[in-house]
Design a protein around this ligand. Structure first.
Ligand code: PLP
Length: 397
């Protein structure tokens, strides 16, 4: 039965401390009480008879979890497996793709740092290969202009073998025209690898129809799973190609994916086992897609406007249809003593934290920006609190 979103669901279903205004869901996600309770029960069950758990029960739980994740993401269960996080999944994919001298991996100047490093490490494995970055600058006039610039870049770099495409980027957070970019890559024979770290729970997706070659998405960000839970999806045509970064028991099979992502040494499988309960929470307690979308979008839109007006600044200059569903950017006002550098962005985030507000701060094009988020537990007070801390620091009355 759905709970009223905002204050009611926060008090009843989440552990959040009242000492903080929490608008940084995009960083680590958050786990509801009842999902954590399920995980605690699994952890106890493991210890009651650890042999039984690993030999008998875990398969049953993890297989049910795979099916739940596949249903949630529109995937055929035969094309997915679990990995601990998006970083690990993307590493596995990128390091599995054979590169020849002259080949390039395509990222952007805003590819998530760990993923950009994975691209570099994958390229470093094969001599004579490189990572090229598509440069995103602001303002972005339209989706169509963005797609054209990207495809022009593809045409100017004939050596691209694989492109890492953010579906929803992190910082700045944008909903990229990923379907069009994927299609443009496929038309040119380029493998499309979707970084969907922020997708499950934030964007409805049907993986079997996504048109890409590979996808990795975190279940521990927006869909309430315990941390250490992500899905890797590989198009059937590439099952022979993709191997986990960690070589373990299953190695010599002709069709390694998804099987050899299963037995990855001794590890905690309880986060995976919780997937059906987390998805049930999303649908039954939080109200499912429509209710979550309506609540989060209206909250994040309303308070982006509100903060922009109060600060006398602007939101990121991107087309409305490239705004990410539950995250937005607000330019910070002049803050005495603070510069538009990445160092100051990190320090400022810590200062905000000490003042009781949790929001991401980054430097974009030499200016400091806030990234705010909305999820089912957020209330207007979270953003009001953020606003008053920033206004005080900016000495704006
Ligand atoms: C766009 C993007 N890709 C990949 C990741 C990596 O996710 P994880 O830390 O769960 O591996 C993140 C994390 O925030 C991200 O924002």
């Amino acid at each position: 039965m759905a709970c009223e979103l905002g204050k009611a669901i926060r008090q009843k279903e989440f552990y959040h401390s009242e000492d903080y205004g929490f608008t940084n869901h995009g960083a680590w996600g958050t786990v509801p009480r009842r999902v954590l309770d399920v995980q605690k029960r699994y952890l106890e069950e493991v210890e009651q008879n650890v042999d039984h758990w690993f030999r008998r029960s875990s398969d049953k739980y993890v297989n049910a979890a795979k099916q739940a994740a596949a249903d949630f993401l529109g995937a055929n269960v035969a094309n997915i497996n679990f990995v601990e996080n998006a970083t690990r999944g993307l590493n596995s994919i990128l390091k599995s793709i054979p590169l020849s001298p002259g080949d390039a991996i395509l990222a952007t100047n805003f590819t998530y740092n760990a993923v950009a490093n994975a691209c570099r490490a994958a390229s470093a494995k094969s001599q004579g290969t490189e990572v090229v970055a598509f440069n995103i600058t602001f303002p972005i006039s339209s989706r169509e202009a963005f797609i054209k610039n990207y495809t022009d870049f593809l045409d100017a770099h004939k050596n691209i073998k694989v492109a890492v495409i953010d579906v929803i980027s992190s910082f700045p957070s944008m909903l990229l025209p990923w379907k069009e970019l994927t299609a443009a890559c496929r038309e040119r024979g380029i493998l499309a690898c979707l970084d969907g770290a922020h997708v499950p729970g934030q964007l409805r997706i049907a993986l079997e129809e996504c048109g890409a070659d590979f996808f990795v998405g975190n279940l521990h960000k927006w869909s309430f799973c315990p941390r250490g839970c992500a899905v890797i999806w590989v198009h059937q045509a590439h099952h022979h190609l993709v191997r986990p970064t960690v070589t373990s028991h299953i190695y010599d099979k002709k069709q390694p994916f998804p099987g050899d992502f299963d037995l990855q040494g001794t590890r905690d499988l309880t986060a995976y086992a919780c997937v059906p309960d987390a998805i049930k929470f999303y649908h039954d307690i939080a109200g499912g897609w429509d209710e979550v979308l309506a609540h989060n979008c209206s909250l994040v839109e309303r308070f982006t406007e509100d903060l922009v007006n109060a600060f006398g600044t602007s939101q990121l200059q991107i087309p409305v249809d490239m705004r990410s569903p539950f995250m937005r950017h607000v330019k910070l006002p002049e803050l005495p003593g603070w510069q538009g550098t990445q160092d100051d962005a990190i320090k400022l985030m810590n200062t905000l934290y000490e003042k009781g507000v949790l929001a991401a701060v980054e430097c974009i094009e030499d200016e400091l920006w806030l990234r705010i988020s909305a999820h089912v537990y957020n209330t207007p007070e979270d953003y009001e609190r953020l606003k008053s801390v920033v206004l005080e620091m900016a000495e704006i009355k």
